[in-house]
Design a protein around this ligand. Sequence first.
Ligand code: C5P
Length: 285
Amino acid sequence: MSAFVETANAKINLTLDVTGERPDGYHDLCMVMQSVTLCDTLQIMIREGTRLEVQTTNRYIPKNDKNLAAAAAVQYFRNAGIPRPGLSIFIEKNIPVCAGLGGGSSDGAAVLRVLNARYGALTSEQLLETGAQVGSDVPYCIAGGTMLAQGKGELLSALAPLPPCYVVICKPDFPISTPILFSKINCTKLRCRPDTGGMISALEEGDLSGVARRVYNVFEDVIEPKRREELKAIRTVMIDSGALGVSMSGTGPSMFGLFDRRESAEKAQKRLLKRYKESFLTRSV
Ligand code: C5P
């Protein structure tokens, strides 16, 4: 038996644009992604036999192959052409689920990193392809950092890192369905789009205010009005506390704010915690 411990970081979308519809029913995206210190911790044990079991500290997370950590393991051995051994995966879940923070994708990516470090059967490119078969955000989560992600999310290019800052994340309590939100987007009629080029330049210049000014997510516009009011209220708390910029992450509903001062970020988190227990003070990583 061999055992591994791996960290799975959450991600935020500094920008998220939907640029087209694809013949496969998916959408072409253009996103600037950033990983943060908020993370799950995975313990992965490779055993004798063929049993694949997943346990987590969150009872709402599936334990079958709908769990992206399990799906990633299955896909890894399939693509590697290696018979699957017994596997026990334990996930200490800290990243909110169904939150637009890439929690499930990051768990899947962590499993792929561990298995490829152990077996070395896939090239980096093949590992990213395997990730893409598991979920659209998995390729980015394998690498992490500051990245431009295009296509379905699998075309990655490294960007200059986000200047050091504090990131406050707040997940409101209402659920959002990613496929429904995608179906509401009409990418030819978007009123407003992120300035991705400007965002990339601001990153290159190490200009945190310029980055914060440009955070933008097209999905915020298609959230139903009542929910949008709630997101607006979260934004107001963050801005009043000193956030340089606030946006929604992924298909939501989590909001994040970028702060240059720790006291301001702590103030925002403290105020948000009064209403939202899933409010976090993190840093970019
Ligand atoms: O790939 P993943 O399972 O993460 O995608 C979840 C859903 O999000 C898909 O079923 C699809 O409806 C939508 N999606 C999309 N275009 C993308 C990524 C996801 O339409 N590039």
